[in-house]
Ligand binder design. Sequence first.
Ligand code: PLP
Length: 950
Amino acid sequence: MPFKATDYLPYDFANRRHIGPSPDEMGDMLKLLGTGSLDALIDETVPDEIRRKEPLVWERAKSEREVLYHMRRTAEKNKVLHSLIGQGYHGTVTPPAIQRNILENPAWYTAYTPYQPEISQGRLEALLNFQTMVCDLTGLEIANASLLDESTACAEAMTMAQRVAKSKSKAFFIDENCHPQNIAVMRTRAEPLDIELVIGDPEADLDATAVFGAIFQYPGTYGHLRDFTDQISALHDAKAIGVIAADPLSLTLLKEPGAMGADIAVGSTQRFGVPEGYGGPHAAYMATKEAYKRAMPGRLVGVSIDARGNRAYRLALQTREQHIRREKATSNVCTAQALLAVMASMYAVFHGPDGLRAIAQRIHRKTVRMAEGLESMGLKVEPETFFDTITVEVGHLQSVIMQSGVQHGLNFRKVGDTKIGITLDERVRPETIEAVWQSFGLTRTDEDFTPRYRVPQSMVRTSDFLTHPVFHMNRAEQEMTRYMRRLADRDLALDRAMIPLGSCTMKLNSAAEMMPVTWSEFSLIHPFAPADQTEGYKELIDDLSDKLCQITGYDAISMQPNSGAQGEYAGLLTIRAYHKANGDDHRNICLIPTSAHGTNPASAQMVGYKVVVVNSAENGDIDVEDFRNKAEAAGDNLAACMITYPSTHGVFEATVTEVCQITHDFGGQVYMDGANMNAMVGVSQPGKIGGDVSHLNLHKTFCIPHGGGGPGMGPIGVKSHLIPHLSGHLDDDSGSGAVSAAPFGSPSLLPISWAYCLMMGGEGLTQATKVAILSANYIAKRLEGAFDVLYKGPNGRVAHECIIDTRPLKDSAGVTVDDVAKRLIDCGFHAPTMSFPVPGTLMIEPTESETKAELDRFCDAMLAIYAEAKDIEEGRIDRENNPLKNAPHTVEDLVGDWDRPYTREQACYPPGAFRVDKYWSPVNRVDNAYGDRNLICACPPMESYQDAAE
Ligand SMILES: *Cc1c(COP(=O)(O)O)cnc(C)c1O
């Protein structure tokens, strides 16, 4: 056949980047479904009432090169100055080895949250290193594997203090030297929970007997070094809790929070190699005493053993997660900052304790030099002793010197009306200090001063830290590279296989979308940099917001929430503020269906709402009668409902408009959880079918990678009546108050979602939605007969995901959903979402990104697993000793004697598994119960690594 060039659209122009199945493959898939066209399938799937009438269109889709060019032009509108603003954000040097091998490596950034521990051993080890690092630096016993940012970590510490304190006071003390954004977020968090805040000077204003806890910033936001030992001891006498928000780098030189008796320490690990990014993402940390470990929010990595008794890591105490605790949840943290925690931990591995101390000492010495230079001019520098931050009294010259700083390429911090704050960092060079002086009108050279230490002797750290061998390995880059490679190789991420996680949309994170993230114009911007330096970001945020409005049918977007759960919280706060403005303070009941994601009831709790659970009908839809009855019972007290669309049962419910109408009839507002937006873009709009507010998980639908459990972005869209009540930030305290440390959450992720929208265009995005629905229906059809799909729409179709039932296998063959999940590992797959929202089921979401070949490989694997269960059921193989119960199989299983009633071939090469490129699980099945009984959440001694290797 003659070659016709026109048969082949260049991949760049045909959305072949994001849409897996080729047109021919789609034809085959539609044939299996017995449907003539993609549009016909959508007509059968999406109820007419909720269909979008006009197509989603904006400017022509851009090619990859066009987008990168456009992004460059936009990036150039940001001005990269050296920000010495401090206030919790610092210049840092990302070691290139970490940038290239972690941040820019899909093996790390495309991984999912490590719920399946066997295929997550690499990132679990890196996160355990993070926890060990945090414990050591803070001098506390147990640490979690990251929170969203320092400010929310402070707020989490406040509510945790209330849970664990024996003091019954309703008040919490905040050191006035806390960073302003920390105070703002705690203020927002405290109000609905009726926590009374006392903000003041810890020495003068703290009455320990009148509070359940207190938080202190260390070093203070203006640089003060204070020892809080006495205050904490007074708090303990009053059965209250002491919290310290500490800069971890300063702790390499300064007395650690544990040594002051602190019960909880929080902070940001941003300056451990993670650029400012105009506010994020960065990993916050929390550490506490052993006694309080069960009250700690966030994810905790622990050490356990596998079926052979070998050491294995997994998430510990998972029953604390909001997925399980729901209305009893104490925090809504789900997506956190795993990738950034991994980067920070590698930074510590890379530098080791001596390297970190040297970095801190260099910063301190430079700060002293800088201060002495300014003092030599007769300027008043405060405080007397400091780590890296000083303030200078300049009187009426404040704005002149700030301007002069900008002319010298530096941003200073405006403190009050007469002072200037300056914070130095790892990127400061002698020329930087000279430029600081020049901004003040002093011309000296850096060599003119021989600094003395300005840390008081009593505040010098005397204890060791990072003693574990992992922080002492030979850090030649060769070895470091191999360490990061070894860990990555243990994990199964999207760069190896489909991750068909229902509700969590694991789709392509394309290389072109990722590239701008590390451009300095996006990454080296301080969140409080002057507006005229961030015009590129403004353009990006405005245009992306505009596109998200067009997609969702909402009137405005707030980019502040940095996860889906934070979006829920921000959205509910907006609703609450709206009711309050209408004089409806009493409205406090929130209706939530049983099938809701666990973060929904958790977020409702956080705004002080009472959760009333609504039943599901037989077919999985919300039970409308039950809903109506409960709305009626709530009456004037109905605040909101939280529903997910399409539902977490994987169906477009036709009754959604009715449910919204009932809510509105009783004066409530509709929170429509937008995590499933990948089924709606271009096809239906939450803002047009009854939603008043929704969050979007940009790390699901809009291509921000999952990073092994974060970062994420959860912006919310609202209808116009809610706009005045959206979250404000520091310079704008209207609305419902700050919910994140930075005004735009984690803005350095936004280029990813923006590039996605620009490259796809409205049409491409709509096509992606349709293909996502096609792929889910294709899988449901192929598995028919082996696994029943639990819920379907009226025409027998599912939305972009489907829940399949494995419970019959339990009854007939004793095969659990766990067995199926672990056997999938042998086949080279990450398991679908397990037991959510229905126990004993798998929720499969293939997304539009997977080719038909990959969908088929998955279906073949599932059908083979079904056949194995049949073999058990029909007595052809033992009920206990079989490939399902023994899964996953490791190389360890193959060496030595083989005494199993099935072959090695069957064990290791089931359908789906690649022959040459086989993914080998590094451990056998992990024993979760053992790990929780013997809780260890820091790196075990190195000898045990030797044992494991032998
Ligand atoms: C993922 C998800 C959330 C929570 O989002 P995070 O970003 O993990 O906080 C909420 N609701 C649903 C339905 C989800 O799938």
